[in-house]
Structure formats: structure tokens, C-alpha cells
Write a new protein. Structure first.
Ligand SMILES: Nc1nc2c(ncn2[C@@H]2O[C@H](COP(=O)(O)OP(=O)(O)OP(=O)(O)O)[C@@H](O)[C@H]2O)c(=O)[nH]1
Ligand SMILES: [Mg+2]
Length: 172
């Protein structure tokens, strides 16, 4: 069995689960873990796309908290990563939080990375260009406008990830 693994990270409530659900052929499986005191809950998602008889794309969703960004190193052989961002930030603090989380994931730039600027359907959504400046997203990281709710830009984000992968293969 061939398994291609894509990690879907991003900020809290940015639409990671919705993004995976839009792509996945199965209902997203969410594993919820609670602290022993029961006051701290985190959720990790799993979705799947069948690509061929024996080839599957697995989508792993990360919990959206800066304290939980340790999850990434536990995944071997990632094909790439999609960082989902809420394009309609509630406050300057939420923008800084997004920048902080993105900066952490950009440390793994040896793999293809795409930012999905989600919730573009919201009237107060920022444009990808403005988000790039506000969250200091490097110029070589594509930002794809999307709405997981409306099902727009989600497939494009995944295809852009594949394009980066193919481009890198050509230059290797
Ligand atoms: N307007 C709008 N709402 C969205 C979009 N995508 C997700 N939402 C909503 O945003 C909320 C959070 O979506 P989730 O998919 O649960 O986000 P998440 O990143 O998995 O959240 P956590 O796992 O709690 O960090 C839900 O109410 C969704 O319906 C979108 O593209 N547009
Ligand atoms: Mg979620």
C-alpha cells in the first residue's frame, strides 16, 4: 500500500477540519484527547482520498494551538503541509498568533508548504496580499484564497502543493 501524507496545520478555528472534510471521501475521523483533569481538550483529524488501487492520500489535521505545534515531528515522510489561516482576524492579537504559528511551521520549509487563506466568503476577510504582509509570510510560499465552507480554493490549495512537489523533483 502506498500512502501519501499531507499535514493540515493552522490557527485555532481557522477551518482545518472543514478543509479536510471538503477533500476527504470519508467523514473526518477526529480523535479527541483530554488532560487527566478534563479541562484541556485537543482534537486531531484524519481524512482520506483514494488515488488508485493501492495508493491513498492521508490528511492529518493538527490541533490549532501554539502549545501543540510539537505534533509535526511525529509525522515521517510528509509529502507536504497546508497551513489554514482565518482570513478575517478578530484582532491584532489573533494576527500575531497566526504569525507565530506560521513561523513555527515555516521552519519545515524543506517540504512543500501552501497557505490556505480560508473564510474568504466573510465580508471582512483580508486579501492574500494583505495577509502576507500582516503575518510576514515569505514570498515563495503560495497563499491560495479559499472558503472551505463554500468549497472554493480547497482543491486548488492541494493542487498547488502538488505543483511545488513536481517543480522540486525537476530541479533535484
Ligand atoms: N464563513 C466561513 N466559516 C468557516 C469556513 N471554514 C470553516 N468555517 C467555520 O469556522 C468554524 C471552525 O471551523 P473548523 O473546521 O472546526 O475549524 P478548525 O480549524 O478545525 O477548528 P479547531 O480544530 O477547533 O482549531 C466552524 O464554525 C466552521 O463552520 C469558511 O470558509 N467560511
Ligand atoms: Mg478542528
Amino acid at each position: 500500500m502506498n500512502i501519501i501524507k499531507v499535514f493540515v496545520a493552522g490557527t485555532f478555528s481557522s477551518g482545518k477540519t472543514s478543509f479536510i472534510q471538503h477533500l476527504s471521501e470519508i467523514d473526518v475521523v477526529t480523535a479527541e484527547l483530554s488532560s487527566s483533569a478534563g479541562n484541556n481538550k485537543i482534537a486531531c483529524d484524519f481524512g482520506r482520498i483514494t488515488l488508485g488501487d493501492d495508493t491513498f492520500l492521508f490528511l492529518f489535521g493538527a490541533p490549532g494551538s501554539r502549545r501543540l505545534d510539537f505534533t509535526l515531528p511525529y509525522f515521517d515522510d510528509l509529502f507536504g503541509m497546508i497551513c489554514v489561516l482565518d482570513s478575517a482576524p478578530y484582532s491584532l492579537a489573533s494576527l500575531r498568533e497566526a504569525e507565530f504559528i506560521l513561523r513555527h511551521y515555516f521552519m519545515f520549509r524543506d517540504m512543500p508548504i501552501v497557505v490556505a487563506a480560508n473564510k474568504q466568503d466573510k465580508p471582512d476577510a483580508w486579501s492574500p496580499d494583505d495577509l502576507r504582509i500582516a503575518c510576514r509570510i515569505p514570498d515563495d510560499v503560495p497563499i491560495i484564497p479559499c472558503s472551505a465552507k463554500a468549497g472554493e480554493g480547497v482543491k486548488e490549495s492541494m493542487l498547488t502543493l502538488c505543483d511545488i512537489y513536481l517543480e522540486r523533483l525537476k530541479t533535484e
